[in-house]
Design a protein around this ligand. Structure first.
Ligand SMILES: Cc1cc2nc3c(=O)[nH]c(=O)nc-3n(C[C@H](O)[C@H](O)[C@H](O)COP(=O)(O)OP(=O)(O)OC[C@H]3O[C@@H](n4cnc5c(N)ncnc54)[C@H](O)[C@@H]3O)c2cc1C
Length: 280
């Protein structure tokens, strides 16, 4: 199995954070993954690291499932490995005139990470297309979970509470018009480019939106756009994004999150909840 010792966190986070982790492992199959899990004390499964803040003090290892990347498309049915890129999947389906994953283009995660988080955009999320998922449970057993078993909610799934590892996903899409699908993807991309600071490394929205008001509005109203800790900065373009403007560490991002949360609470009385995940 391939592994990288003293790996740069930059290569495994879309924040491009500074620092190193002990080792990143790349199992090729379930057997290798199971043996690896049984041999480790402290590990974190990663997809594309697009929702992660990894502290430079993290003393565990990372397990990347990027080699779980098989894709089978049969008519409207898609079977896809957890390590497959969600954006690439959206594109492949669009090319075949399969509709349902237009929302997913531009979400820079893997299929496994998207299911873990029930990733979504433009009013759609993974629950709209998933039929079932193959997971490795905490006793290292292979289990199929139906859509109902997955308990998908707003950026939530049963994978989070049960520590299940997603290995592959089964999706059902709809036959559509390839030109219309492409048009919707282009429109969504335009919106992303206009609203999000894609010119800087980030991990997307930092905080979940409270029910009454958007997190971005609360942060902007607290006058926090442009606030910095080290090289982590609250984006001027979208206040619910923290961007890495240089050599930010996980600690810089975490300190900035604490500062934003405190200032927003002082101003509005609302305590923001984190959408991103801290690994420390
Ligand atoms: C520019 C930008 C735009 C974004 N836009 C959106 C958006 O519109 N909507 C949205 O929902 N998110 C968005 N995100 C956030 C992020 O892309 C998603 O949360 C994505 O689903 C994370 O997937 P990942 O593979 O990168 O997971 P990672 O960040 O690597 O991991 C996230 C969590 O998932 C777990 N995980 C990963 N793979 C597996 C697996 N196979 N089995 C079990 N657990 C696993 C990890 O252990 C971790 O707890 C955006 C991020 C960026 C940088």
């Amino acid at each position: 199995m391939k592994k990288i010792d003293n790996a740069s966190i930059k290569d495994f986070t879309t924040y491009k954070l500074s620092g190193h982790v002990k080792t990143v492992y790349f199992p090729d199959n379930v057997l290798e993954l199971t043996e690896l899990l049984q041999s480790l004390d402290k590990y974190k499964i990663i997809g594309n690291g697009s929702n992660l803040i990894i502290s430079s003090k993290y003393d565990g290892v990372l397990i990347s499932l990027k080699n779980f990347d098989k894709l089978d498309i049969d008519d409207e049915y898609v079977k896809v490995g957890a390590g497959y890129s969600l954006t690439q999947l959206s594109l492949n389906c669009a090319k075949r005139g399969l509709s349902g994953l237009e929302f997913a283009y531009g979400i820079p995660g893997t299929v496994g990470g998207a299911i873990y988080q029930n990733a979504g955009a433009y009013g759609k999320d993974m629950s709209c297309v998933l039929e079932k998922v193959l997971v490795l449970d905490s006793d290292y057993k292979l289990v199929y979970l139906s859509l109902a078993d997955l308990k998908l909610g707003y950026r939530n799934s049963i994978l989070k509470s049960k520590n299940y590892i997603c290995l592959e996903a089964y999706l059902k899409l709809k036959k559509g018009n390839a030109d219309l699908i492409k048009k919707e993807i282009l429109q969504n991309t335009k919106i992303r480019k206009e609203k999000q600071p894609l010119e800087y490394p980030s991990a997307g929205s930092v905080f979940r939106n409270p029910s009454s008001v958007s997190a971005g509005k609360l942060i902007e109203d607290a006058g926090l756009k442009g606030t910095r800790v080290g090289d982590a900065m609250v984006s001027f373009k979208h206040a619910n994004f923290i961007v890495n403007v240089g050599k930010a560490t996980g600690e810089d991002v975490i300190s900035l999150i604490d500062l934003v949360r405190k200032k927003v609470y002082d101003k509005s009385g609302i305590l923001l909840k984190l959408e991103q995940e801290i690994i420390e």
